[in-house]
Design a protein around this ligand. Structure first.
Ligand SMILES: [Zn+2]
Ligand SMILES: [Zn+2]
Length: 460
């Protein structure tokens, strides 16, 4: 009986092992493990090249290079998707599709988990030659961004930095180095990843900027501002979607190939705003498309729209900020009234306290505060909660590139110096004017007769 029992035990154990092996074999055959193996290979080659570059040039990236090498080693040793380190995820099929999150902080990776599930779904449905890298560091590392861009020319680089909307020159340098998005806003990051993964390659068009093919016309419309917001426009070229000649290709794509057919209704009336943040007196700047620099938020007023409604809409579209118009700075008319312009003074409307709390909580942690902000918070440590909340948490602005702009940033008068500007006269005249307490006209047609003279056909 004992022998029989022993025999049964051995048989069951053997059967279990067979079953396990068969499961493993089945799993090995699944595309998921093939993806992971391919990722490991790619991660490894990336890390080797990154490490060698680190030694040669990128002293500030050495830690990151070592991190990746260590991750690759541990992943290779165990060779199982279950032991993928929490802060590095990726999947790949052929043609190679990979997403890698590089973060030097554990908190950051936790908040990305849901999006990485989306990446996986997308990868398995429609492989494209795409690679997303998220660089999350508390120092600006332009050399790392440039090295990643040089290594992986088709990848999409998102830079996560606590000063993404507080340091306008750093934003520009990050885009110049090859970043496609610079953010410190979790919602914008998630939406960015959603848009990147939403481009599934369902057509046969090639992007005239980077050559990525297989795009539908709508996907070209989605892809262009995400991937090429900082690059110059194409002037006088043929549209790959409709073969029509376009003086400005991005404008043509935006008007013709987006989800809605847009009318090109230019009124020649423009409304701009100098938006001052009440907490620290910084000003809102729009990072314009095509790498032309910053400018005041604002744009063309639509037919039938009031001047204030026009500037509020434009500030939202271009700078992602809700504004309240508080006064008039100047009214101008050019070319016998063919171009008319009003520049308003405005202030941002704070996001609700509940939303600000959520943003502060989501971005809390080592990467949430810049060294200076962290120091200030530590100095005021008797009230750690409110002190850790950065001023921008109550006054969000745009960090997700789209057809309107590359994003926005808050700048002090001092930070304007040396900043690339689309045109210097407006910001360099009116921001110092407001900062210096210059005269502001009231929002009252009776007190401002010029309004009726220049804009008889528009309401305030
Ligand atoms: Zn492209
Ligand atoms: Zn077209």
């Amino acid at each position: 009986m004992a022998v029989f029992s022993w025999f049964i035990q051995v048989f069951l154990s053997h059967a279990r092992r067979r079953c396990l092996r068969s499961t493993q074999r089945h799993f090995c055959m699944s595309s998921e493990l093939a993806d992971i193996s391919d990722l490991i290979y790619r991660m490894h080659s990336l890390s080797c090249r990154l490490t060698s570059i680190s030694r040669a040039k990128l002293t500030s990236s050495e830690t990151l290079g070592r991190d990746i090498t260590r991750i690759c080693r541990s992943t290779r040793r165990r060779n199982s998707p279950a032991v993928m380190p929490e802060y590095v995820h990726g999947l790949s099929l052929w043609p190679p599709v990979t997403s890698i999150t590089i973060a030097t902080d554990g908190m950051f990776s936790r908040i990305l988990q849901d999006d990485l599930v989306q990446l996986k779904v997308w990868v398995n449905e429609s492989p494209r030659n795409l690679l997303t890298v998220i660089v999350a560091k508390s120092t600006w590392d332009y050399e790392l961004i440039a090295a990643l861009r040089a290594l992986l020319s088709t990848c999409y680089i998102i830079v996560w930095h606590p000063d993404a909307t507080e340091d306008p020159m750093a934003r520009i340098k990050a885009f110049q180095s090859g970043a496609g998005m610079v953010t410190n806003d979790l919602e914008h990051l998630q939406e960015g990843l959603r848009r990147i993964t939403g481009i599934r390659g369902t057509g046969d068009l090639a992007c005239p900027w980077c050559g990525l093919d297989g795009l539908s016309s709508l996907e070209l419309w989605q892809h262009q501002p995400l991937y090429h917001i900082h690059e110059p426009d194409m002037l006088g070229s043929q549209c790959p979607a409709c073969r029509r000649w376009a003086a400005h290709l991005t404008r043509h794509i935006n008007l013709t190939h987006g989800p809605d057919q847009l009318a090109d209704h230019r009124t020649g009336v423009f409304a701009l705003a100098v938006v001052r943040r009440p907490t620290d007196g910084k000003f809102l700047l729009v990072q314009e498309r095509h790498g032309v620099g910053y400018w005041l938020p604002g744009g063309g007023v639509d037919p039938g729209e009031s001047l204030t409604a026009g500037v509020i809409r434009e500030a939202w579209e271009e700078a992602g900020a809700d504004i309240k118009v508080t006064g008039i700075l100047t009214i101008d008319s050019f070319h016998n009234g063919q171009w008319r312009r009003i520049i308003f003074l405005a202030e941002p409307v704070p996001v609700s306290d509940a939303a600000a709390e959520a943003t502060a909580a989501a971005t809390d942690g080592p990467l949430a505060a810049s060294p200076a902000a962290a120091e200030a918070a530590a100095a005021a440590s008797d009230a750690p909660g409110p002190a850790l909340r950065r001023p921008s948490a109550r006054y969000r602005c745009k960090t997700l590139p789209d057809v309107e702009s590359a994003g926005a940033c808050w700048a002090s008068v001092g930070q304007l110096e040396g900043l690339p500007l689309r045109s210097a006269s407006e910001p360099m005249t009116w921001i110092p004017w407001v900062a210096g307490g210059g005269r502001v006209l009231p929002l009252d047609p009776a007190a401002c007769p010029q309004l009726g003279q220049v804009f008889p056909d528009f309401t305030l």
